[in-house]
Write a protein of this length. Sequence first.
Length: 212
Amino acid sequence: MYEYLELLMYIAKKQGIFGSLNSSTITISKELDIPQQTISRKLKEMEEKSLIRRSTSPNGLKVTLDNKGRELLEENYRQLKTIFRPKKTSITGTVEKGIGEGSYYVSQREYQKQFRQALNIDAFPGTLNLKVGKEELTSLLANKNTIKIKGFQTKTRTFGSITAYKIKINNIEAAIVKPDRARHPEDIIEVIAQVNLRDSLKVEDNDKVKIS
């Protein structure tokens, strides 16, 4: 999809993300310094992928961004913001009530083994759930190493893989654990540590904690 970004940006700069561009493949070709055949081919492909809507008339070509085209531009914008925005060293999370499954998963022997090896954490059997800003979290974790915890099978079921990040919660060594088959909304994270974080931090639902 990203091979169409230049054309999507061209259309958006000319007429905005909701406007219609009245032009021709010859004009677009000259202004972008791209062969006319390539422009025609890409516009056809973009229409087929629902990135644009287009029509022709005696007056030329009419092109409008479709929903998927706008979404692709917005996603590219979010990624660029993440790259150029100053990196955060800490953010604030709000303690949320869990769904009661953390203890079961964290206590699995194979997960515990990998937590010790990869995170240097002998994890307390439970997680602290925190509500965070998605963009703030992305900025905080942008330069951190991702640690993969492998999935495994028991006689009764399959346990999925996990992506983990080492962090601190109010200066307590901890780790964010994100199941690859997520059970929570994107703005809810689960945190493990060697201690019961609720008790050690003396926090309850809706209290604020510092993630660094």
